[in-house]
Design a protein around this ligand. Structure first.
Ligand SMILES: *[C@@H]1O[C@H](CO)[C@@H](O)[C@H](O)[C@H]1NC(C)=O
Ligand SMILES: *[C@@H]1O[C@H](CO)[C@@H](O)[C@H](O)[C@H]1NC(C)=O
Ligand SMILES: *[C@@H]1O[C@H](CO)[C@@H](O)[C@H](O)[C@H]1NC(C)=O
Ligand SMILES: *[C@@H]1O[C@H](CO)[C@@H](O)[C@H](O)[C@H]1NC(C)=O
Ligand SMILES: *[C@@H]1O[C@H](CO)[C@@H](O)[C@H](O)[C@H]1NC(C)=O
Ligand SMILES: *[C@@H]1O[C@H](CO)[C@@H](O)[C@H](O)[C@H]1NC(C)=O
Ligand SMILES: *[C@@H]1O[C@H](CO)[C@@H](O)[C@H](O)[C@H]1NC(C)=O
Ligand SMILES: *[C@@H]1O[C@H](CO)[C@@H](O)[C@H](O)[C@H]1NC(C)=O
Ligand SMILES: *[C@@H]1O[C@H](CO)[C@@H](O)[C@H](O)[C@H]1NC(C)=O
Ligand SMILES: *[C@@H]1O[C@H](CO)[C@@H](O)[C@H](O)[C@H]1NC(C)=O
Ligand SMILES: *[C@@H]1O[C@H](CO)[C@@H](O)[C@H](O)[C@H]1NC(C)=O
Ligand SMILES: *[C@@H]1O[C@H](CO)[C@@H](O)[C@H](O)[C@H]1NC(C)=O
Length: 784
């Protein structure tokens, strides 16, 4: 039995993006319905579940985040990754004893500066008025939606006093890679570069590094048009997949698929040919409307639509979860009378309750530019879908499967007849060419697929002595909105293949299937229960610790490299990753990666081995080789935990009934892992860790507002306030309700860390890529 759903989420005023969620046992099945998604908020109105520009923008702009704030010559070192909960507070205590040596070496300066960065886009007023149409009474009401306003952030350092036991702290720290709040790492990006072709010589508009997979396409109208052709191709591919997925084919199958894809995509296809309009007054059962730009091509009987995102109603997101989402793309009524180029009268055929709204609450409307817009787009879409259906039938006959590829479909008219043709590549890039002076004759686009593969490499020299151990600390969370291939990085099953000096020593998965067990989940809204790649909404992500001693050249130079494979729904196996869908739909799959190596001296190693147990993740790695051994065993075949289950009453019950072990606050050493994987505390209900045993809570950041203009807040601690020495070190990190404002409604990635100068005792900083970067050029040779 398969069920599938698809939703698109209101992004901002005029942009709708699509989130595809397909659930099926076999290959991927996608179906499309145009929806906007809203959640109610007590008192205020509605929460608009909005996957704001989020990481994509962060990616582009995130240099702004810290780099601007950072003083010259300082770098940031992340101590803890987290993702904010949907509009609920969070209080955590997490071990950072493995960074003791780093912090010690910073105490030589008069003060130490810490940061908290959250990739948030909210500010004091994010409200928007919407029309809610009741799903039971078809009555209209005006409601506010809001994204929330801010986080109220506090950070303390917790130091346990030194005991007679040998502290288990590294003697040196090697910082290999870090990408949040620095720009995240793109994975599998596909890009189109414009240029011209003459003979076999391609001259690009600007220099780029191309690989042998780069494909040359005719591209007379530029790369944006090529993307539109790829978008048409993706509709056909979807139809093809629906045919492959259909239980049986009958006369109705094609009709059904065509109707589904029309419902899903027609609105997108016409969006740049619609004129915005607003309601001026109602005249009996009709509405007088004003167009935002004049059009002399208006005709009677033209359909009038509700503007995307202006009107919502309750709709099922998955079988068990409903959200307020935007209405399907259907006419609200039709033009009845044209007064002039900007003013028309329309009748109302649907949602008559619109007529009863007062003038300050009316929804926005849209009118097609002329009477051809809708029929032409419908015809084009139907023909594209027919191409896909035909190839799906063929594949079905041949008993073969589809695979994700870039299909370019060109729609053209001749003699008033529309035809759809596949655009074939002219050739592939072969090698670099010498410079050219003449301009080429044919405009081309070179499509470069960055198939990953290799993500990054870093070199370091541990200088490890006998009986010492090296522990790799790796934290990876996947981000990017869900229009990427395999909905990567947020929802894809990625495997990180770790190598030292070319030898693959571990494969790591960071997938979390336990988001539905988040004790802070039920208080959230949105999709907090959905499993994700390396995080849950409202979680801290302390990463994984792996003992790499045996894989190192202990005294020489080592190269650490990380390669990636991603589970492919279509082919049902892991493969190198190419983000074709992200290219087409303007989304980017990204990873936030922090990788450090911690060198433990022989006293610490002896101490950890003679202790009765491990008290932290790092200690577990020192004792047993890895803090989370199950994460080193990625499943051979991925079984998706269905959202239907994760959001079910049964799952909720499991969440409520789970017993979370606790460590007495006075215990020394303090066992941080008892509250794994959530590390939550509630200071109003319990004694904080270490308080009874003399642990010192040093305030670092106290109740600071984090909003769009203050995404990074910093706090300095006077070095003299630190105890000279400590047994264990932790962060107490709190996200609280901002006074007079509302908490951010979104699951934003964030980071807590410390600023360091470029040189530090016993700290190696190697954050630049060590593998050779391919050289770029404007001139390339093509082979056919
Ligand atoms: C936002 O609201 C907070 C709390 O009321 C206030 O302190 C702050 O100055 C406001 N910021 C702006 C930019 O208006
Ligand atoms: C096809 O759809 C029509 C209604 O649209 C229905 O009457 C007919 O039974 C369907 N045929 C099959 C084979 O399902
Ligand atoms: C297509 O078929 C499915 C399954 O039979 C049905 O649930 C759906 O409503 C149909 N869609 C359309 C647009 O006819
Ligand atoms: C329509 O718009 C054009 C330019 O956009 C303007 O020159 C013209 O005067 C407008 N006509 C009316 C009737 O507003
Ligand atoms: C509205 O106008 C359309 C197009 O002229 C017409 O088909 C429809 O019957 C009208 N409906 C109402 C309720 O007036
Ligand atoms: C109306 O929406 C609610 C969710 O808000 C849902 O539980 C209910 O089943 C819906 N009713 C109808 C008739 O669609
Ligand atoms: C949609 O919004 C309305 C109005 O605020 C609310 O009554 C209803 O419960 C909401 N439905 C869902 C599914 O959140
Ligand atoms: C268009 O018609 C409306 C309604 O009759 C009128 O109020 C408006 O002034 C007219 N606009 C122009 C540019 O003639
Ligand atoms: C990592 O992947 C790249 C392909 O992107 C491959 O060439 C390389 O050999 C891989 N590295 C290792 C160490 O396997
Ligand atoms: C892959 O398939 C699983 C179910 O088999 C589904 O839950 C998941 O959303 C799919 N992923 C994508 C990107 O469609
Ligand atoms: C990692 O995965 C690759 C590909 O599946 C496999 O060949 C290799 O043995 C694995 N390495 C380890 C250390 O498990
Ligand atoms: C942050 O939350 C604390 C605790 O609720 C409160 O005392 C403080 O005023 C808040 N600060 C801001 C800036 O909202």
């Amino acid at each position: 039995m398969q069920s599938e759903l698809e939703l698109s989420i209101l992004l901002d005023e005029d942009r709708i993006r699509r989130r595809k969620v397909a659930m099926s046992c076999g290959p991927l099945l996608m179906s499309f319905l145009l929806l906007t998604f809203i959640v109610p908020v007590a008192g205020v109105g509605l929460l608009q579940v909005d996957r704001q520009p989020k990481l994509r923008r962060a990616h582009k702009d995130s240099n702004l985040l810290l780099i601007e704030d950072a003083e010259d010559g300082k770098e940031t070192v992340e101590l803890l990754r987290f993702v904010t909960p949907y509009k609920t507070p969070m209080e955590t205590v997490v071990d950072i004893t493995p960074y003791s040596q780093l912090i010690h070496s910073l105490l030589q300066a008069p003060s130490v500066e810490f940061y908290v960065a959250i990739d948030t886009w909210v500010s004091n007023d994010t409200r928007k008025k919407l029309v809610y149409i009741s799903n039971t009474s078809d009555s209209c009401s005006s409601v506010w939606s809001s994204q929330g306003n801010a986080w109220n952030v506090s950070l303390d350092l917790v130091q346990w006093p030194r005991t007679i036991l040998e502290p288990i702290q590294p003697r040196a720290t090697i910082l290999l890679a870090e990408s949040f709040p620095n720009p995240l790492m793109d994975i599998g990006q596909v890009k189109a570069h414009e240029g011209t072709l003459m003979g076999d010589l391609v001259t690009l508009n600007s220099g780029v590094a191309l690989g042998p997979l780069a494909t040359v396409y005719p591209c007379p109208s530029g790369a944006d048009t090529l993307k539109k052709e790829a978008l048409l191709g993706s509709y056909a591919q979807e139809a093809e997949q629906l045919v492959l997925e259909a239980k049986h084919l009958d006369a109705n199958t094609s009709k059904n698929i065509t109707a589904r894809l029309e419902a899903e995509y027609l609105q997108d296809m016409v969006s740049d040919q619609m004129i915005d309009a607003k309601i001026l007054t109602s005249k009996g059962q009709d509405l007088e409307i004003l167009l935002s730009s004049n059009s002399s091509k208006l005709t009677k009987d033209l359909p009038v639509y509700l503007a995307p995102g202006s009107t919502v109603s309750d709709q099922p997101y998955i079988s068990t979860v409903w959200f307020n989402m935007s209405l399907p793309f259907q006419p609200l009524g039709y033009i009845k009378e044209i007064y002039n180029d900007t003013h028309v009268l329309m009748n109302v055929t649907k949602h008559h309750c619109i007529l009863s709204l007062n003038s300050s609450s009316l929804p926005g409307l849209q009118v097609p530019k002329d009477k051809y817009v809708i029929p032409t787009a419908t015809k084009k879409l139907d023909m594209v879908v027919a191409v896909g259906i035909a190839s799906g039938k063929k594949l079905r006959e041949d008993h073969s499967n589809a695979k994700e590829s870039l299909l370019l479909l060109n729609a053209s008219y001749s003699d008033g007849k529309l035809s759809i043709k596949e655009k074939k590549p002219l050739g592939r890039i072969d090698s670099k060419a010498l410079g050219r002076s003449e301009l080429g004759e044919t405009k081309v686009c070179v499509v470069q697929k960055n198939t990953q593969g290799h993500v990054f490499s870093r070199q370091f020299e541990p200088n490890l002595q006998v009986n010492e151990r090296a522990i790799l600390h790796l934290t990876i969370t996947g981000h990017g909105w869900a229009a990427t291939s395999e909905s990567c990085g947020e929802y894809c099953h990625a495997i990180y293949h770790l190598h030292l000096n070319g030898q693959n020593f571990a494969n790591v998965t960071q997938w979390r299937d336990d988001c539905y067990l988040n004790p802070g989940g039920p208080a959230q809204h949105g999709t907090w229960y959905e499993s994700r790649n390396g995080w849950c909404p409202g979680s801290v992500e302390p990463g994984i610790y792996i003992d790499v001693t045996e894989h190192l050249d202990k005294t020489g130079r080592n190269e650490f490299s990380l390669n990636l494979t991603v589970w492919q729904n279509l082919t049902h196996r892991y493969a190198l990753y190419t983000d074709i869908s992200g290219f087409i739909q303007n989304d980017v799959a990204m990873l936030a990666v922090t990788a450090n190596v911690l060198l433990y001296g022989s006293y610490a190693v002896t101490a950890v081995l003679t202790a009765p147990q491990a008290f932290s993740k790092a200690e577990a790695a020192l004792r047993d080789g890895c803090s989370d051994p199950e994460k080193l065993k990625p499943p051979k075949v991925v079984h998706f935990l269905s959202d239907d289950f994760a959001s079910s009453d049964e799952a909720r019950k499991e969440n409520e009934e789970q017993v979370i072990d606790t460590c007495p606050p006075s215990q020394v050493p303090f066992d941080f892992e008892t509250r794994a994987p959530w590390y939550f505390y509630n200071h109003s209900k319990e004694i904080l860790p270490g308080k009874p045993s003399g642990a010192k809570y040093l305030p670092v950041i106290d109740s600071r507002l984090v909003q769009i203009n203050t995404r990074t807040v910093t706090g300095q601690v006077d070095s003299l306030k630190f105890q000279g020495d400590w047994q264990q070190l932790a962060l107490r990190f709190r996200l609280m309700n901002p006074e007079f404002l509302e908490m951010d409604r979104w699951d934003r990635v964030g980071s807590v860390g410390v600023m360091i100068p470029k040189t530090l005792q016993n700290v190696q900083i190697r954050t630049s890529e060590t593998s050779p970067t391919p050289s770029s050029s404007k001139y390339w040779r093509m082979s056919t």
